[in-house]
Design a protein around this ligand. Structure first.
Ligand code: BG6
Length: 501
C-alpha cells in the first residue's frame, strides 16, 4: 500500500461537530492501519479559543477507548485560534505550520480541510493565497471543500471562479461523501469488471432505474441549516445525482480522475431539462407532519427547533427524469430521498424489461414479475438479483426468487468509512472520488429550474406525509402501469414484509 508523503492536515472549523465525529476518527483509523507516514501532524483552527490540550481532549471523545494508540495519535494534534477575516492570522498560521513541520522534517505539504460554514469557502482560500499558502513550489497545497458547494447555480459558479483565481482545479477537492462509500465505488466494478451486466445495461434491456435514499432520522438539531436547504439541495443536487452519474456513465477509458469525471459530466450534460409546465407532474415534494410511532408522538417538521413554523421547505423529494443519450433514450429514472421515512436505506434498482412473450401465462400465472438487480449502498451492503423460478411440483407455476450477496459475508473485511477513503485519496493527490467544478455546476443547472419554480409558483403543492411513512403517496403517481417504488426494509433481501420502524 502506497503511503502519502509527510504532511500537515489543517482543519478549519475544527471546533465543529464534523471534526470530532467524522474527520478525526477517520484520520485515526488511517493512523492505526498504518496508512499515514511516520511524520504527519494535524492542526485544528477555528474561532473558539482552546489550548492544544483542551482540543485533544475534545477530539478524544469519539475515538475508540484504546488509550495507548489514542495518546500517540492525539500527540500529533495541535490547535490554533483564528479570526477567519483577519489576514494577519493567516501569517501567524503559516508560522505555526513552519514551526510544526521543521522539527519533524515534513516538507511544506499542506491539506486544508474547510469544515466551516459555507460563507467562508471563498474567504479562507483567498486569505491563504495572500499568505502564499497556495504555492506548490515546496510541497503540495490542497483544499478540501465540504458541501454545500453553493446554494444555487449562480453561487456555485461564483465560488468556482473565486477558487480558480488562486488555485489550479487539481488543488481543489470538492467532497461528496457518497462517492467515498465503498458500495458506490463498487458500482463501477460491478458494471465494468463483469461480462454479464454491461451488455444489458442500456435501453434495450432496462425498463427503468430507481434510486432511493431514505433516512429514518429527521433534521436532528440542524433545523436552522436544513430549513434553508431542503432535500433537493441537501441530498439530490449532490449525492443522488452523483449516483446517477455512476449508474449511467459510459465505461471510462482508464480509472483516473479526469477520465471518470469526464464520463459523469457527459451524463449530467444529457439530463433532459424538466420544463416548468411539467415540474408538478415530474417532481413531488413533501414535508413530514406529526405522527405517532409505536405509541410515541413524533413532532412534525414545522415543530422542529430552528424551523420556520410556516416553512415550505421539502423534507422529501421524488422525481422522474430522462437521460437523452444513445444508451438511455426513453428509460425513465426515478429518484427519491426523504427524512423521517420508515427505515434508513440507500439503494439502486435496475428493473429489466419483461420477457417478450409470456409463455407461462397460459399455465395459470398472472404476469410474472420483472427481473430486478438491486444494488444496496447501505445498510446491509450488497447486491440482490430477483429472478423467476419454477415452483416445485406439477405444472409451471412461476415464482420470484432472490440471489444475494452481502458484504457482511466477507467476514475479514471491514468497510472503511467514506471520510477515511476520501482523506487518504486527497493526501495521495487522487481526485477521482471528488466532484469536479464543471460537474457541480451541471448538477445545479439541472435542478435550478425546479428550485425556481418552487419558489415562484405557489400553485405547486408541497404534500404532507406522516413521519414514519414512505412520503406522500403522490410519489407513486410518478410511475405508470400501476408500478410502485420498491419499499425496502433494513435487510437487503426482505421485501414484501412489514418494515421494522
Ligand atoms: C448529508 C446531509 O450530506 O448526508 C444529511 O447533509 C444526511 O442531511 C446525510 O443526513 C446522509 O448521509 P449518510 O451517509 O448517513 O447516508
Amino acid at each position: 500500500m502506497k503511503i502519502p508523503d509527510p504532511h500537515i492536515i489543517v482543519i478549519f472549523g475544527a471546533s465543529g461537530d464534523l471534526t470530532k465525529r467524522m474527520l478525526i476518527p477517520a484520520i485515526h483509523q488511517l493512523f492505526i492501519h498504518n496508512l499515514l507516514p511516520k511524520n504527519f501532524a494535524i492542526l485544528g483552527a477555528s474561532r473558539t479559543p482552546l489550548t492544544d490540550v483542551e482540543f485533544r481532549k475534545r477530539m478524544n471523545e469519539f475515538l475508540p477507548t484504546d488509550e495507548e494508540s489514542n495518546s500517540k495519535f492525539l500527540n500529533k494534534i495541535h490547535y490554533r485560534t483564528i479570526d477567519y477575516e483577519l489576514q494577519d492570522d493567516y501569517q501567524k498560521l503559516k508560522r505555526r505550520l513552519e514551526s510544526l513541520r521543521q522539527p519533524l522534517n515534513i516538507p511544506a505539504n499542506y491539506l486544508f480541510y474547510l469544515s466551516t460554514p459555507p460563507n467562508l469557502y471563498d474567504v479562507i482560500p483567498e486569505k491563504l493565497a495572500l499568505a502564499d499558502l497556495n504555492i506548490q513550489a515546496e510541497g503540495f497545497k490542497r483544499l478540501i471543500i465540504e458541501k454545500p458547494f453553493g446554494i444555487n447555480l449562480a453561487s456555485a459558479r461564483k465560488l468556482n471562479i473565486s477558487l480558480l483565481k488562486n488555485y489550479e482545479e487539481s488543488q481543489i477537492y470538492r467532497i461528496d461523501h457518497y462517492l467515498g462509500k465503498e458500495t458506490v465505488q463498487n458500482l463501477m466494478v460491478t458494471r465494468f469488471a463483469n461480462g454479464i451486466f454491461e451488455p444489458v445495461w442500456n435501453r434495450n434491456f432496462i425498463e427503468r432505474v430507481e434510486i432511493s435514499s431514505a433516512e429514518s432520522l429527521g433534521v436532528e438539531g440542524r433545523g436552522g441549516y436544513y430549513d434553508h436547504a431542503g432535500a433537493m439541495r441537501d441530498m439530490v443536487q449532490n449525492h443522488l445525482l452523483q449516483i446517477v452519474g455512476m449508474v449511467a456513465m459510459e465505461p471510462p477509458v482508464v480509472i483516473e480522475a479526469d477520465a471518470i469525471r469526464h464520463e459523469v459530466m457527459k451524463v449530467f450534460q444529457s439530463l433532459r431539462p424538466i420544463k416548468p409546465e411539467n415540474i408538478h407532474k415530474q417532481v413531488i415534494r413533501g414535508q413530514y407532519t406529526a405522527s405517532t410511532i409505536k405509541g410515541q408522538s413524533i413532532a412534525g417538521y414545522r415543530e422542529e427547533p430552528g424551523v420556520d413554523p410556516d416553512s415550505h421547505t421539502e423534507t422529501f423529494v421524488a422525481m422522474k427524469f430522462y437521460i437523452d443519450n444513445w444508451r438511455w433514450a426513453g428509460v425513465p429514472f426515478f429518484i427519491r430521498s426523504g427524512k423521517k421515512l420508515p427505515t434508513r436505506v440507500t439503494e439502486i434498482v435496475i428493473e429489466f424489461k419483461p420477457t417478450p412473450h409470456h409463455l407461462f401465462d397460459q399455465t395459470g400465472n398472472d404476469h410474472y414479475k420483472p427481473n430486478q438487480l438491486i444494488i444496496r449502498i447501505q445498510p446491509d451492503e450488497g447486491i440482490l438479483l430477483k429472478f423467476n423460478t419454477k415452483e416445485p411440483g406439477s405444472g409451471f407455476k412461476v415464482n420470484q426468487a432472490n440471489m444475494d450477496f452481502h458484504y457482511s459475508s466477507l467476514t475479514d473485511i471491514q468497510l472503511p468509512s467514506a471520510y477515511e477513503r476520501l482523506i487518504l485519496d486527497s493526501l495521495h493527490g487522487d481526485a477521482t472520488l471528488f466532484s469536479r467544478g464543471d460537474t457541480v455546476e451541471a448538477a445545479w443547472n439541472f435542478i435550478q429550474p425546479i428550485l425556481d419554480a418552487w419558489e415562484n409558483d405557489p400553485s405547486i403543492p408541497i404534500y404532507g406525509y406522516p413521519a414514519g411513512t414512505w412520503g406522500p403517496y403522490e410519489s407513486d403517481g410518478l410511475m405508470e402501469d400501476e408500478k410502485t417504488w420498491r419499499y425496502p426494509c433494513k435487510n437487503l433481501s426482505d421485501d414484501g414484509l412489514y418494515c421494522e420502524l
